[in-house]
Each structure stands twice: as C-alpha cells, then as structure tokens.
Design a protein around this ligand. Structure first.
Ligand SMILES: Nc1ncnc2c1ncn2[C@@H]1O[C@H](COP(=O)(O)OP(=O)(O)OP(=O)(O)O)[C@@H](O)[C@H]1O
Length: 667
C-alpha cells in the first residue's frame, strides 16, 4: 500500500510507519495505539494518520469545516466527548471522528456509535479502565549466556535484526563452534549444513531459530509480559466488570503472570527456589556445619579422660599442637559422630536431594582435625553442580512459560484494544445520555420529500445546546427547521447566536456520525459548513474588502453548503450592510444553499432584496418586571419585534401619551 497516498502522510512519516510490522493494515485499522508504535509518531499524530486513512477509504477529500468558527464548534464537540473518556487512548481515538461529507463514512461511524450508545456506562467499568493503557514494547534485553552462530553473511544480517537480544557469531567450522561453546552456555547454530554436528557443550543446530523467537529468546516474551503486567491485569478487570467476552483466556493469563517476576524471571517454582537458595547459602552452610561438628567434638573431649602414652606426648610436643593422630585413635567414634552431624546439618540447611547429598558428604570427613576442616574443592564441585541444575531448571521454566505466553501474545493485543475501544464507546454512550441525544437522520441533499423534513436544510426538534453558558438542565429546548436562505431576526439576547451554535453543533455531530442533543433531527449531508461569528465592530476598508471577497467566493458553487452568519451588518454602516446581506442571500438562494443570517436589520434587508426573503423570528412574549420573556424557538415566517420596539410598545400602553403612540407607529 502506498502510504504517501494517504492525506497528511509525507515521506518522513511514511518511513516511520514502515517500521511497523504491517504498516498498511495498521494504518487502515484506525487503531491509534498501534499506529503510535511507529517511532516518533505520538498519539495525536496517529489520530491524524488514522483520519487520513479513513478519508482515503471513503474517497472523502471534502473539507466540511470551512471556517474558523465551524472548526471551533467541532473542537467543542470533540471536547465534550473527550471529557467523558478515562484513557488517553480513547481521547485521541475520538479525534478520528470528523464531520464527513461522505455517506459511506457517516454510515460507518453511525454503526459504531449506535452500538456504543447501547452500552451501559457503569461506574465500575469506568474505575476499572483507569489502569488500561496501550501495550508497550520494553527495551531490548541483552542475553549474554546464549549466542547464534552462522557461516553465512546474509543469515548473519537477518539474525542481527531479528534477534537483537543475542550476539550473532561467524563460524567456519566445527572447531569455531566448539570454541563458542566454551564461552557461551548455549550455542544455536543457524545453518542446516552443520546438522549432526558433534561438539561438546550445549549446542543446537536450529535453522528455524529466527522464525521461532519464543524458543530462541524466551526472554523477549517474558520481558514484554512483565512490562505490561499492570495494563493486562487492568484490561482483564475491565472485561470482567463490563461482562465482555475476552479475546484471551483470563485464567491462563493470570496464571502465567503469577509465574513471572517483574524482571522477567520465573517465580513460584519451589525447586528453582530451593536450588537458588542452596547456591546462595552454600558458604554460610559450610561454616554452620563446621561449628556444629566442632561443638560436638569439644563437648566429647571435655567429657573424656584421655590417657596419653609417653611416646605420643613426645610426638605431640615435637609436632607442635597437632592432635590428629590422637583424635584418630582415641576419639575416632566421637569424630565420626561429629562429622555425621555436620553432614546432616549441611544437607538439611541446603535442603539437598539425596544425589546432591552424596556430593556434599565429601565436603566433610577428610583427615581428622580439630577444629573440623572442610574440603574446599568438594564445595566448589557442589557449587558447580547446584548452579548448573539451577540454570537448567530456570531455562526450562522460562521456555515453558514463554511457550504459554506465546499463545497469549496476539490475544492480549486484542484484549487491551477491546478494553480501550470500550472506553471510546462508553464516552459516546455517556455523551448521549448526559445530553439526551438522539441519532439524527443524515439525508441525501436531493432526497424527495417535504422541503423542511427531508432533502434540503435541517430540522431540529427540542434541540438543547450543551455549548450554552447556562447549565444543560436550564437550556430551553428549541425547534428550528430551515431550507433555503433565511434571515433570523429577534430581540436582543433572545438566543439568536445560541441558535446558530446549536444548528452548527447538530450538523457537525450528525456528520461525524454522532448522536445529537435533540429529540429528533434531520440534516442534509452538507458538503461544507461555513459559520461566521459576529464581527467585533466595523471593519476598515481593507478588512471590509477582504470579507466581501470571502463572501464572493462563498456564493460561488454554494450548492450543498450550510452558511451560518451572525450579524454581518456590524462590519459596516447599516444602510450598506442591508444591501450587501440582501445580495449575498439572493445569490445563496439561487444556488440552493442553506443559510441562516442572524440580523437586526431583517426589515431593511427584506426591503433591499429582489426576492422574497424568508424571515424567522425569536420573539419576546413581552416584558415582565423589566425582563424580556423569550420564546426561544424561532417562529417561521415571522419578523420578530426588536427590543426597542417592545419597550416603546410597553411605554405606549403604560403612559397613553401621543409621543409613544407616534413613536410606535414608526416601527
Ligand atoms: N435555549 C436557551 N435556553 C436557555 N438560555 C438561553 C437559550 N438561548 C439563549 N439563552 C441565554 O440567553 C443568552 C443570550 O443568548 P444569545 O447571545 O444567543 O442571544 P442573541 O439573540 O444572539 O443576542 P444578541 O442580539 O445580543 O446578539 C445566552 O447567553 C444564554 O444565557
């Protein structure tokens, strides 16, 4: 697969992605964590790459978010979803959802979201998700007691890259191999040509060694599982809490993890522990056994009257303090008894097996002496035997554990991915519940049907915006439907801007495939969303010209566009503004675009327009205690009275003077 063909992937990123095992499939999978395993690719970048791959798959090169304000609304939507995730992974993964103009992409996202909203956002699962993270690759472990050997330069290069844990040595003949066997505990020869080789030492000819890394370097698997222990345990707990069927057998996984220490060694094997302790305690056990024998002898000597013949006494004096012969002759039984005690103590302390105890017997029992002496070469032989037995046992256990873990290696990837994906789904489920959402209908722009219920524009029932500056519970539901170019009039602070925000949010969410905060919603599948926020005051000539040029471009080929504009009149003087807005609306109407222009100049614009401009209005029901009571849902085909008009009307009613009456007539 041509990675560079994916939007947003340049040569450098493509090179990084090629380091992955299966770059094409990984990029296509949308698995942000797997993509982020490529060197130098963080999760945010991985999300962009996944999004690029989705776009390419759906032939979706459109840019629905056409203005800064539209992009801000999308960010707000993403933030609302991300706030409901537990893991960083899910937060990044949600960024692969974007407003698309492609029907197949919206369908695909909707299927995922529909399944997600079925999920129960149980707090126990939320807690369990806390420890889940994408699996990590621990740094390469160097294994020094084993090496690979080959006579072939190509195999050497392959081996070095496939098994960086081991040294790879070049050999020419059996002599070289035999030499290696003296420096390494195990030599694995990769060339078939050496089959049947007979050299001393632990030498294996295994041409398939590079293909079976679990056998060749069990340490790799052990290190991987040791490094990921907590993530795996957390993922297992998530599956149990959420009652998900796990991709890996959780019993086997826990059993294998229990046998693995954090440093990648095997624990929980009594025999290995016995042998390890025996090697470690060997010297201490020798001196303890000696003391036991000495005490025994001392006691025996103390209790005995020894008669020494003159010649013996003489030889004692002549030989210094040596009493060996005396011991041998006079205290032979006691000495034997003391040695027997020493041996027993020694074997018990080290928990030696009978065949090892035989070797241990040689440690004590040379020529009689006091204090008792041990045979250092016998100790050293015993140490060699015990260490070799320990290493053999450890290697066997590692191989067995690695073989069990090998079976789990792929399933655990899925296990963790499923747990992380569950977090994505639960965030969506929580979003849908928190904002009383519904799945919207996203319809073909040219679908048949009533203009305001299908086909063109949008229709929202009981929409409540989570972007309001009031608590969501206090958001008043709004019904609003528009097809074609429309003016939205209304009292100050009536909720016109908030209505545009709601429309933009519903459309953006709908085209992301997400549920929308409404009782029901149908939106046209827009090619582009152009949302212009209110300008901060009058523009100078240059900025005004630039803005006008933007709108000149906007009305070109506007079919399929949603245009939301907030109080464009503030860019210049009211008279000119009304004419300009009327002209823009006219062009958009001809192009079959959907547009909502919020304006306080609705009357003037209507008068300036050459066509019958639709005008909707957010109306105040009246003034109550100086406060406007507003009906937040725009009334169709209705020019709402402005706030000043309402106040004049109130004064005319209250005061009954001619001035207010005549003022009122001017509206
Ligand atoms: N649907 C709603 N439910 C509850 N409160 C709302 C709703 N819509 C708007 N409001 C409240 O009214 C305030 C003013 O809304 P908004 O800014 O949208 O009005 P506006 O008509 O655009 O005002 P202006 O004419 O001054 O630009 C908001 O800050 C919000 O507190």
């Amino acid at each position: 697969m041509e990675l560079e063909a994916i939007p947003g992937i340049g040569a450098k990123t493509a090179a990084a992605l090629r380091e992955l095992d299966d770059p094409g499939t990984t990029v296509e999978s949308g698995d942000v964590a797997a993509i982020a395993r490529a060197p130098g690719v963080n999760e945010a970048r991985a999300a962009r790459i996944a999004r690029g791959a989705i776009r390419r798959r759906h032939g979706d090169d459109g840019r629905v978010l056409a203005t800064d304000r539209a992009r801000e609304v999308y960010r707000s939507a993403i933030d609302l979803l991300r706030e409901r995730t537990v893991t960083d992974y899910a937060a990044k993964r949600l960024e692969t959802f974007y407003p698309s103009a492609s029907a197949s992409r919206i369908d695909e996202a909707q299927s995922f979201v529909e399944a997600a909203t079925e999920r129960d956002p149980d707090p126990a699962v939320r807690d369990a998700l806390t420890g889940v993270e994408p699996l990590t690759d621990p740094p390469t472990v160097r294994v020094r007691d084993r090496c690979l050997a080959t006579a072939d330069a190509e195999t050497l290069a392959r081996a070095e890259s496939a098994v960086p844990e081991l040294s790879v040595e070049t050999v020419e003949d059996a002599r070289d191999i035999s030499e290696l066997a003296r420096s390494y505990a195990t030599v694995i020869v990769l060339d078939e040509a050496f089959a049947g080789l007979d050299v001393e030492g632990d030498v294996h000819v295994r041409p398939d060694a590079l293909e079976t890394p679990a056998e060749t370097v069990p340490e790799r698997l052990l290190a991987f599982f040791a490094a990921n222990r907590e993530r795996l345990e957390a993922a297992a707990a998530v599956h149990e809490a959420a009652d998900l069927s796990p991709a890996a057998d959780l019993g086997s996984l826990r059993d294998a993890l229990a046998r693995l220490d954090d440093d990648g060694t095997v624990v929980g094997d009594a025999e290995l522990e016995r042998l390890t302790a025996a090697v470690d305690d060997l010297d201490a056990a020798v001196s303890t056994a000696e003391s036991v024998a000495d005490d025994r002898l001392r006691e025996a000597i103390r209790e005995r009257d020894v008669t020494i013949e003159g010649t013996d006494f003489l030889s004692l004096v002549e030989q210094g303090a040596r009493v060996d012969s005396l011991l041998d002759r006079e205290l032979a039984d006691e000495y034997d008894e003391a040695i027997a005690r020493a041996r027993e103590q020694f074997a018990d302390a080290l928990r030696l097996e009978p065949e090892e105890a035989e070797l241990a017997e040689r440690v004590f029992g040379g020529d009689p002496s006091f204090p008792v002496e041990h045979d250092e070469s016998a100790v050293s032989r015993l140490r060699t035997e015990l260490s070799a037995a320990r290493d053999r046992r450890a290697a066997r256990l590692k191989a067995e554990l690695a073989s069990d873990l090998g079976e789990l290696r792929e399933p655990v990837e899925e296990l963790v991915r499923d747990a992380l994906e569950l977090d994505v789904e639960l965030a969506i489920a929580r979003f849908a519940r928190d904002f009383d959402c519904v799945m919207p209908d996203v319809v073909e722009p040219d679908a048949e049907g009533e203009p305001e219920t299908a086909g063109k524009g949008f229709r929202i029932e009981d929409g409540r915006s989570p972007l309001l500056d009031v608590a969501f519970e206090d958001a008043e539901p709004i019904d609003y439907a528009v097809s074609g170019a429309t003016l939205l009039s209304g009292v100050n602070s009536g909720g016109k801007t908030s209505t545009l925000d709601l429309v933009a949010l519903v459309v953006v969410l709908a085209q992301m495939g997400m549920p929308v905060p409404a009782a029901s919603a149908t939106v046209e599948r827009f090619e582009e969303v152009h949302y212009y926020a209110k300008s901060q005051g009058t523009l100078d000539a240059g900025a005004f010209e630039a803005t006008l040029r933007d709108f000149g471009d906007l009305v070109e080929g506007a079919d399929g566009r949603l245009v939301l504009v907030d109080e464009l009149e503030s860019i210049t003087e009211p008279g000119a503004s009304a004419k300009i807005i009327a002209g823009i609306l006219e062009a958009l109407d001809e192009q079959d675009a959907t547009a909502v222009f919020v304006s306080h100049l609705a009357r003037e614009i209507r008068d300036a327009a050459d066509f019958d401009v639709a005008v909707d209005g957010i109306e105040a029901a009246g003034l109550v205690d100086g406060e406007l009571r507003v009906n937040r849902s725009p009334r169709k085909g209705h020019l709402a009275r402005s706030t000043p008009e309402l106040i004049v009307e109130k004064l005319a009613g209250d005061r009954d003077t001619e001035f207010y009456e005549s003022l009122l007539e001017k509206f």
